[in-house]
Design a protein around this ligand. Structure first.
Ligand code: SF4
Length: 221
């Protein structure tokens, strides 16, 4: 992540906190290695889910209603990875169930699949307040969870939805507009970055670009 993105992310967080009445900040200066979730002995998605359900490694644990671990077929060849839960997801404890999720369901069905045929998760497992952008510290604390989900699932193809998921998984600062449409590699697994369904709700003219990306995934599967 670029320094300018970190500054912008912190700025929007502080603006949100200011609106909520917060006037002072206390920064945890612990080294980054202490800020991330400790690796545990979980061997299966079920075991990992149990651990993540009680995770308090970042401040989002204080404002979440539910942890949104992920859902779908654990043996699916195709895994979608988004950014973070929103309001509906936080309430239901399931990923992509709001308006953007309904659009993702339509995209999956247009590929000739059902939601039960794929696996869906987010980089962050808890909702950022007011749906603000994830903070770098939160990504640092949570990113290992999705990496372990990928290790345990070992999908044939991953589709990252939007800038945050794509840049975090692929460890790149390349904009999503340049990343999308071309397969990348993560740990030997093909990754197709594409636009987030929430972006498509605001920019429906770009649905055809996402459909081009989905056709490439279908071919690969
Ligand atoms: S967002 Fe991730 S690291 Fe933070 S509390 Fe939730 S599960 Fe833990």
């Amino acid at each position: 992540m670029r320094k300018i993105d970190i500054i912008e992310s912190l700025k929007s967080y502080m603006e949100f906190e200011k609106e909520s009445g917060v006037r002072e900040y206390f920064f945890n200066m612990a080294p980054a290695s202490q800020a991330s979730c400790p690796r545990t002995n979980a061997q299966t998605l079920e075991e990992l889910k149990k651990e993540v359900d009680s995770c308090k490694s970042c401040d989002l644990s204080r404002t979440r209603t539910n942890v949104v671990f992920g859902s779908g077929n654990p043996k699916a060849k195709l895994m979608f990875i988004g950014e973070a839960p929103g309001r509906d997801e936080d309430i239901q404890g399931l990923p992509f169930v709001g308006r953007a999720g309904q659009l993702l369901t339509k995209i999956i069905e247009a590929m000739g699949l059902k939601r039960q045929d794929v696996y869906i998760a987010n980089i962050l497992k808890c909702r950022p307040p007011n749906n603000r952008a994830p903070l770098p510290t939160e990504i640092l604390a949570c990113a290992d969870n999705v990496k372990r989900q990928v290790e345990m699932k070992n999908p044939k193809v991953i589709c990252t939805l939007g800038k945050f998921a794509s840049q975090t998984l692929l460890k790149t600062e390349t904009p999503i507009t340049a990343l999308r449409g071309t397969f990348q590699l993560y740990d030997g697994i093909k990754v197709m970055p594409t636009f987030h369904p929430a972006y498509l709700l605001r920019n429906p003219q770009d649905k055809r670009l996402v459909w081009e990306d989905m056709k490439k995934i279908k071919k690969e599967l």
